[in-house]
Design a binder for this molecule. Sequence first.
Ligand SMILES: Nc1ncnc2c1ncn2[C@@H]1O[C@H](COP(=O)(O)OP(=O)(O)OP(=O)(O)O)[C@@H](O)[C@H]1O
Length: 252
Amino acid sequence: MTENILSVEHLSFQYDEQPVLKDINLSIQKGEFAGLIGPNGSGKTTLIKLILGLEKIQTGQIHLFGTPLEKFKQWHKIGFVSQKANTFNRGFPATVYETVAMGLTGKLGYFRFLKKKDQANVYEALSNVGMEKFAERNIGDLSGGQQQRVFIARALVSSPEFLILDEPTVGVDTDNVERFYKMLADLNQNQGITLLLISHDIGSITTHVTDLLCLNKTIHYHGNPNNYQNMTDEQKSQFYGHSMNTVTHHHS
Ligand SMILES: Nc1ncnc2c1ncn2[C@@H]1O[C@H](COP(=O)(O)OP(=O)(O)OP(=O)(O)O)[C@@H](O)[C@H]1O
């Protein structure tokens, strides 16, 4: 039986007088690896903020795990890795282990009081992203891609069922981007975590996601990524209203 993890109905949103989202309708089922793509300024981050309850809904509805957002309380089921994670302060005085433990305690320093089971969870989360060998390293000494894995481990440590990642590969070098997507696909297939990945890197995400959503103020495409890839650039640009950059791995 399919289970709706997220559903968005007739959602519209504007900042002051500027309309940003127009009549968004979408749903994500349990077990999907959904990719949300769209050009800069297309409203991706705004949509995520609304889903996470960080902006107030003006028009329309959002349900999480079948519950209307305004009544939803099971936030432990949702993990979020923000775009800002990789503009991280390199001088941050914490080890990889401590950074992941913060996902459990919310506070740095409290890791000292973790129970054995929690400590095991920290190592398990690190192992899920292939970073267990780095546990004692200072987070500031890692590469951008390695840091991003640690932030995913931090989101995983409380065992979320739904993980939302906002542009997680910005600042990650090209070789590591591919490894990074493989790791996400593994979390999806082997841990059963439903994923929503936001990106403007159209080329590389389409090869990994199970469902593709194209946003530019409204949802212009929702479906199989292969069907999308087989379209001509002209067909794709009709969705967007302007020509599209389909080059793989372009980073801002
Ligand atoms: N707090 C805000 N107040 C006013 N306008 C905003 C605010 N946040 C975003 N905007 C505007 O809303 C539009 C959509 O922004 P949003 O950040 O959601 O897009 P995005 O698709 O995530 O872009 P990017 O890929 O560049 O991160 C943009 O025109 C942006 O300037």
